[in-house]
Design a protein around this ligand. Sequence first.
Ligand SMILES: [Zn+2]
Length: 497
Amino acid sequence: MVALYRRLRPARFADVVGQEAAVRALKNQAAKKTPAHAYLFCGPRGTGKTSLARIMARACNCLHPREGEACGECHSCLLENPTDIIEIDAASNNGVEEIRSLRDSIRYAPVALTYKVYIIDEVHMLSAGAFNALLKTLEEPPPHAILMMATTELHKVPATIVSRCQRYELRRITFGLLRQGVLGAAAALGVGIEDEAADLLARAADGAMRDAQALTEQAAATCDGDITAEAVGLMLGGADPAQLAQWASFLIHKDLHGCLKIANSLISAGRDPAVLTADLAGHVRNLLLASSGGAAMLSEETRAESFVEQAKETTTAFLCEALDVLLQAEANMRWHPQPRRVLEWALGRICVEKELVTTQIIQKPQVKQEKKPTAEIIKKPETIIQKTADASFNPQSLLAAIAQQAPQLTFQLTAGRFESLEGDVLHLVFPPGETIARAFTERPETVAKIQDIASETLGHKIRLQITSKDQPQTGENPMQAAAAAFFGRENVTVKND
Ligand SMILES: [Zn+2]
């Protein structure tokens, strides 16, 4: 039997979900019969790249398109599997061979349709040789040919190829649309579905409609009748939101017994320790966002108010530490024969050891250390005596020193920039959206470390002042440039959410 997601694959522009901008532009071109010679569809998996290419291939060839949509009735539309629409999977073994033959065959006029269309999936998988062959074709495309390429990894496609294509960036499908997709898939299968089960499936689909449909089909297969939240929870291997909230509450109140009890009951019920750890880390991350004023960044499926409420029970510093430990556990778990013990150990560290850290934070301001630079974050810039900025200050050399002595800090620092040095005050600025990078940097031990390195590099005692404000919109900032210089540009990715 054909998989459900293939049966539900959109056949018309009108059926494509969540990609309004791309659909509008493509429909326009099909309606005016002015298609481009080459298209590049990029975006995460399951967002409809190949489907859009196929729909566009049909629409361009339709003899009587209706507002850009293929009519479904003309000679061209009625042809099944036309030889003039050729699909190449660049990820397959013979992908390279097919690109070579493309160079020759593209010259011949189409047999039955107006345009000969080549759809190249996963185009980033092509070898350098195959890209060269493709480039030759793109430089002088015959008027009867259209190339459509799809990729999940745009950065692996050579710029010379990208610049010759009309590019469409497809977006992750929103939670609301995925949920509708889940309900539609259940309806197509003729089964009922609990509300909470639909939520879980839509969340697990993680932006991909194909996953939403495939997971729904899988859930229906495991259920005898309607799809229940319990069965979906078991299938996905993680914890449900209520359990996670309870678990996090135990963590926040350092109740190790409660934490281990929940872990034990979930694992005994067949949940996977790795998935559970990732789920708990995800919950703590949401708390961290909520706690540092970034609740607006929580995705729509999360109930932001509940995170804001729970975050009030603890400190941002504690959440940073807890997230740190959980992420380490998640990474270590992959190599450990007993993942369950890694999870239990992480919970223990957060509940017992991390208590010391939070106590230190509370006590630190009271301890007077005159000689050493103290971990001090100045919250009110207006209380500082204004001094003129030191024009000789070079943020790049400071960042290079930090990268050498404390490389673990470099990536969080690339989110912000060392703006200026005024007297002994070093200004570190984060854009308002970078609440997590800022929270990590504001940890007393991190501030102390940066102050130590800066004091040593600049030759006098330095106090760090961390603030939030918008970045100037002028390309790469000095912090990114320095990180790129130190790690090599190809190893540095700047993420703007
Ligand atoms: Zn037609």
